[in-house]
Design a protein around this ligand. Structure first.
Ligand code: 6PG
Length: 485
């Protein structure tokens, strides 16, 4: 039994344990410690824990653990463990290692970019054993993790309540509001993070296409483009990605003195969250064309050798030149309108997923927590927030008064830019698919009647009529008589 001295000497246990001290885990631990929390830290490779302590140990109350049992023993009850390992197998391994040391009510938080289907499976398995699991999307990269990320937690409300005070204290803030909110049950948080990343892909692709247009049609060099992006960042396009585009375009390579963007290979890599967004949209039947074109564009960019060969063999049109001033303003408008479409598609996917999985996602809240901390943070998320606050069941952002006006104002420029790109032979898959979506969406009588006619002709798949209920089939080969199906 501990005597009074023993009790005095006892140190309060740590509020949370971080399992995995890669750059994200380490920075989240530092963020928590900077808010006065005692944080237990563990990494499978011991040297990584040692390095972290050597470098940042004096920043706060870190409690190093050298094995999983001591990590758990260092924590107050119910235990909170944030797993920050590579998505996939490594998460299952971490959970399996933690599992024997946990007791009912403890909560495991997965803060990686996990596939929401894995999160659903893991949550169901742990909850069946009386444990808790909180699949949490975390955005903002290294800097966000350290200074304030955007947090998208999903799981049971009880699991969330255990983490809420810590999450709120470390999250980014916008207008005094934390960029963290409960998203919904099981995989909701990771789903929202996945769509965040899908939108991030579209945003980045649109920026890359704008850069290509300014470069190949406007003849602007990277330094001039950096100035353009800086200026764009003062207006409606104000966002983290536009701001860092100016930085990247303006950077010169110390080795060669050339603009760095000209030295970097034109092959985009990816870790898969954009692809998942498209795959899941296909499952739900939601046309997220701008996001999917962005994924395809990365695939095509990666086929560098084939492109280099094709560039010699496949002819394009003669060059087209335009006054750069006009082009810059047109591209700015086209970029903004296309961006609106990409977000409209992403939010529509969230609404469809919420209905399919019973999450009750609040889209206004999603927009609220994306306003700071995350990679797609942007001024216009305030507008998205307002749109959903005004009408929670808005079928598409494009229908909100502010966005209707944006696209109406931009459409002449948008059409000029896409037309010019086609004429000049510059591939703009995201700009043009966003415009095609806009035109398809606002079309009250499309060409799908012919698709239905063809399907009925070759496969008796039936069609529906504009003037009668029910399904019909035409006897195409015989007398042409239409028969109810
Ligand atoms: C974030 C980012 C991050 C993502 C990178 C790289 O929100 O902080 O989305 O989670 O991993 O952006 O993604 P890709 O390698 O797929 O481009």
């Amino acid at each position: 039994m501990a005597g009074p001295l023993g009790r005095l000497g006892a140190v309060a246990k740590a509020a949370l344990g971080v399992f995995g001290l890669g750059v994200m885990g380490r920075n989240l631990a530092r963020n928590m410690a900077s808010r006065g929390l005692a944080v237990a830290v563990y990494n499978r490779t011991r040297s990584r824990t040692e390095e972290m302590l050597a470098e940042y140990g004096n920043e706060g109350d870190f409690r190093p653990a050298w094995d999983v049992a001591s990590l758990i023993a260092a924590l107050e009850r119910p235990r909170r463990i944030l797993v920050m390992v590579k998505a996939g197998e490594a998460v299952d391994q971490a959970v399996a290692e933690l599992r024997p040391h946990l007791e009912a009510g403890d909560v495991v938080v997965d803060g990686g970019n996990s596939n929401f289907r894995d999160t659903r499976r893991r949550a169901a398995a742990l909850e069946a054993e009386g444990l808790r699991f909180l699949g949490t999307g975390i955005s903002g990269g290294e800097e966000g993790a350290l200074r304030g990320p955007s947090l998208m937690p999903g799981g049971t409300p009880e699991a969330y309540q255990l983490l809420e005070p810590i999450f709120i204290s470390i999250a980014a803030r916008k207008d005094g509001m934390p960029c963290c909110a409960y998203m919904g049950s099981d995989g909701a948080g990771h789903y929202v993070k996945m769509v965040h990343n899908g939108i991030e892909y579209a945003d980045i692709q649109l920026i890359a296409e704008a850069h290509d247009l300014l470069r190949r049609i406007g003849g602007l060099g990277p330094d001039e483009q950096a100035a353009v992006f800086r200026e764009w960042n003062q207006g409606d396009l104000d966002s983290y990605l536009i701001a860092i585009s100016a930085e990247v375009l303006g950077r010169h390579d110390p080795r060669t003195g050339r603009p760095l963007v000209e030295v970097i290979r034109d092959e985009a890599e990816q870790k898969g969250t954009g692809k998942w967004t498209s795959q899941e949209a296909l499952e739900l039947g939601v046309p997220v064309s701008a996001i999917t074109e962005a994924v395809f564009a990365r695939f095509l960019s990666a086929q560098r050798e084939r492109r280099v060969e094709a560039a010699r063999l496949l002819p394009g049109p003669p060059p087209v030149g335009v006054a750069p001033e006009r082009l810059v303003e047109d591209v700015r408008r086209a970029l903004y309108a296309s961006k609106v479409v990409a977000y409209a598609q992403g939010f529509e996917q969230l609404a469809a997923a919420s209905a399919a999985f019973g999450w009750g996602l609040d889209l206004g809240t999603v927009a609220t927590i994306w306003r700071a901390g995350c990679i797609i943070r942007a001024r216009f998320l305030d507008r998205i927030r307002e749109a959903y606050r005004e009408r929670g069941d808005l079928p598409s952002l494009l229908l909100a008064p502010y966005f209707r006006e944006v696209v109406a104002d931009a459409q002449a420029a948008w059409r000029r830019v896409v037309g010019l790109a086609v004429e000049a032979g510059v591939a703009v898959p995201a700009f043009s698919s966003a415009l095609a979506y806009y035109d398809g969406y606002r079309c009250d009588r499309g060409p799908a009647s012919l698709i239905q006619g063809l399907r009925d002709y070759f496969g008796a798949h039936t069609y529906r009529r504009v003037d009668a209920e029910g399904s019909f089939h035409t006897r195409w080969g015989d007398d042409g008589i239409e028969v109810p199906a």
